[in-house]
Design a protein around this ligand. Structure first.
Ligand code: ATP
Length: 327
């Protein structure tokens, strides 16, 4: 071993995701059971720069596995994007005698972690925590399954009212620049179509979506729209539909931050627990600058560079399934 890791720091960064608490719990307890001290860092990189640090015992993570959000809070920090900001962060690591850092977040958080590792030779491990599921190298990310279930539950409720009216119901779904949540939710909720950024041109997708509803002689249809699939978002989609088909009324529902909330699903709790334990094992195995992922139910170590740079692809069979099943 290069040097013995006596103390780790753990933080959550970027958007919060259900299951982050289960990951914090797992990291804390796995570390302590390997005689490694745990320092919890509040408010992501902002807290790291400002030394918002507290030592955790196993009791500090009691009674959190079922809670959404993150007890460590999360933040977005512009300053950490600068070399000066990362210098401040490193100074806190030195002051707190933190030998390695575990970052729970998405690709932006990993980009920052990787820079810190390169500039100051700090061992960092990433845990994929984002509802978007847009990280390459892991089948799913912590929070994705819960968010997916939340969206499906909301769309099911919308269906009850949709079937009573002759309208196109458009539901905006989160995902940053990825359509995983939108496509999977559309399949699970039996929607007529999903409009996602990975399939272009978007205008053709909209035409097809309306066509599906008409072919079925349905008097209403539900279309899920990824938040950044088109400039102007779901409102622009509504406008385009009404321009071409003035006979259709459209109704827009924006699920917004509802999608991030709620108690994590059993799947996310188990995923977070496995990945959290594996993060400590990875440090003991002298892994550095890797994300812990799950592929075909096996723990994998993915270089942070690949997790960030490679683009995870939408599964074509899923896209096809939605087209076939919505006729
Ligand atoms: P989510 O997918 O949920 O949005 P994320 O980790 O991608 O999560 P970001 O807001 O992109 O969320 O990043 C979180 C934080 O990571 C930023 O506020 C910033 O402090 C840091 N970060 C992001 N990109 C960089 C970068 N290029 N260089 C240094 N730090 C970065």
């Amino acid at each position: 071993m290069e040097y013995q890791i006596k103390t780790i720091g753990v933080l959550t960064s970027g958007g919060d995701a259900p299951g982050m608490n289960a990951a914090i719990r797992a990291v804390t307890r796995a570390a302590i059971s390997n005689n490694i001290r745990v320092k919890a860092i509040y408010r992501g990189y902002k807290g790291l720069m400002e030394d918002e640090v507290k030592e955790f015992t196993t009791q500090d993570v009691s009674d959190i596995i079922h809670r959404g959000g993150t007890i460590l809070k999360t933040a977005r920090s512009e300053e950490f994007r600068t070399p000066e900001g990362r210098k401040r962060a490193y100074e806190t690591l030195q002051k707190e005698q933190i030998d390695a850092l575990i970052v729970i977040g998405g690709d932006g958080s990993f980009t920052g972690a990787r820079l810190l590792a390169q500039e100051y030779n700090v061992p960092v491990i990433g845990l994929p925590g984002t509802i978007d599921n847009d990280l390459w190298g892991t089948d799913t990310t912590i929070g994705y399954d819960t968010a997916l279930n939340t969206i499906v539950e909301c769309v099911d409720k919308l269906r009850d009212t949709a079937t009573s009216h002759e309208r196109v119901f458009l539901v905006e779904v989160m995902g940053r620049d990825a359509g995983f949540l939108t496509l999977s939710a559309a399949i699970a909720a039996g929607a007529e179509a999903a409009i996602i950024p990975e399939r272009t041109p978007v205008v053709e997708q909209i035409e097809a979506a309306i066509g599906h509803g008409r072919r079925k002689h349905k008097n209403s249809s539900i279309v899920l729209v990824q938040e950044h699939a088109i400039e102007g978002g779901v409102q622009r989609v509504a406008q385009l539909i009404e321009e071409v088909h003035p006979e259709y009324g459209t109704r827009v529902t924006i699920l917004g931050h509802l999608q991030r909330g709620g108690s994590p699903s059993a799947y996310d709790r188990i995923l977070a627990s496995r990945l959290g334990c594996a993060a400590i094992q990875a440090l003991l195995d002298e892994q550095r600058s890797v994300m812990i992922g799950l592929e075909n139910d096996e723990i994998v170590y993915v270089p942070l560079s690949r997790a960030i740079q490679q683009k995870k692809a939408i599964k074509d069979d899923k896209w096809q399934a939605l087209q076939v099943l919505s006729i």
